[in-house]
Ligand binder design. Structure first.
Ligand SMILES: Cc1cc2nc3c(=O)[nH]c(=O)nc-3n(C[C@H](O)[C@H](O)[C@H](O)COP(=O)(O)O)c2cc1C
Length: 259
């Protein structure tokens, strides 16, 4: 396929970005345009009437992150084919793919294919590993292969729309806010890397690092980027969740494709 590929994604810890980039590779030889809305203050304003789109996002509590939906509020399409990729942390993707399928149809896209892929869980640590290092080589090979299968689906207008799993009404979203990573002042060098990756711009760096927990989405991008290991997510609600994940979600899951 030699059409422009519009990659539209939200990816605080980078696993979604890796996955959609591999999908684009499989889709073909067209020009690839990245619309990374992880850290934009203004949402994406785009009206597509040609080419093909790939929309990727991490699963948060079995749903599409609300912030991503907000950032693509003004995205519209006139019958353009879209490939949807949900990336989840080896627990479950629940209603996220169905939700995004409904959103894309309402925006005027024609949904050609969808896939659920696995990425290292945002809450994973070396002592509490959950899908550590994923997407790995096998995941990325599968994502490239999915892109190739999706390009065939796009090229065949007689194909029926894919059946996407999920429940409607969707799972209820848990309330956000109140929990945020801590900074160990003894280790912190005030380099500001944490503030530079925060998707909600709630980290302030002065003579110390301050986080407005009310606006934190718990994505853990800041804990991953800190070169001094000073940022950690220790809130009891997350620590409990992390242990639950280690206990129940350690068995490897594989990507699921819907074409
Ligand atoms: C607030 C929050 C909620 C999450 N909910 C789920 C979930 O319901 N199921 C799951 O398997 N993983 C869940 N995850 C893990 C992410 O979906 C996973 O780590 C993903 O790869 C992160 O994508 P990114 O690297 O593009 O940020 C959650 C992560 C966060 C931060």
């Amino acid at each position: 396929m030699n059409q422009t590929i519009q990659l539209i994604y939200f990816s605080p810890t980078g696993t979604t970005r890796k996955t959609v980039t591999a999908i684009a590779q499989g889709l073909g030889t067209g020009k690839v345009v990245h619309h990374d809305v992880t850290r934009v203050r203004e949402g994406l304003e785009l009206n597509l009437d040609e080419g093909i789109a790939v929309i990727g996002f991490p699963v948060y509590a079995g749903r599409v992150p609300e912030l991503f939906l907000k950032r693509i509020e003004r995205l519209q399409a006139a019958g353009v084919p879209v490939v949807i990729a949900a990336v989840y942390g080896n627990r479950a993707f629940e209603d996220a793919l169905l939700e995004m399928t409904d959103v894309c149809r309402a925006k005027g896209f024609s949904v050609s294919a969808a896939g659920a892929f696995i990425g290292e869980h945002s809450y994973a640590t070396n002592t509490h590993p959950v899908a550590l290092g994923r997407p790995d080589r096998d995941d990325l090979d599968r994502a490239v292969e999915f892109g190739t299968l999706a390009s065939r689906a796009v090229a065949d207008p007689s194909r029926r729309a894919p059946q996407i799993p999920g429940n409607s009404p969707y799972k209820e979203r848990p309330p956000l806010g109140g929990a945020a990573p801590d900074t160990d002042a003894g280790l912190c060098t005030i380099c500001g890397a944490c503030a530079e990756v925060c998707p909600t711009f709630v980290i302030e760096v002065g003579d110390a690092v301050r986080t407005d927990a009310a606006g934190c989405i718990k994505c853990c991008a800041c804990t991953r980027v800190c070169p001094a290991g000073a940022r950690t997510m220790n809130h009891p609600s997350v620590a409990e969740r992390r242990q639950m994940l280690v206990d129940n979600c350690s068995r490897r899951k594989d990507p699921e494709l819907f074409l």
